[in-house]
Unconditional design. Sequence first.
Length: 116
Amino acid sequence: MTPFELELVSSASTLAQLTAPDNRDALKALAFVVRNRATSKALPVIAAVRSLELPPASPAADAGEAFGALQAAFEGPGPDPTWGATHVHRHNEAPAWAARLRATALIGDYLFLAPA
């Protein structure tokens, strides 16, 4: 494994804890937010995951699926379902910081946001 793949593996279990196992679309979208944050702020992947500030899901998604989602977001040719979002919160919450951002997507239980 490359050093980058090892970084994805170590970040996957943390990402998996943030979403429910039946919410694969949201897991993929969260992986893109991680990518967008990591690349826009020059953060390590694990720092981008930890900066999401989402409560843990119970039960959590599979770490293997989270690894696949991260790998696809960072290395795959697919489109970003969040349209460049760098922030996310549960759709039934309204954190104060969200007011300065624009909503880009609603996927699963999450509202995705990007700089205005």
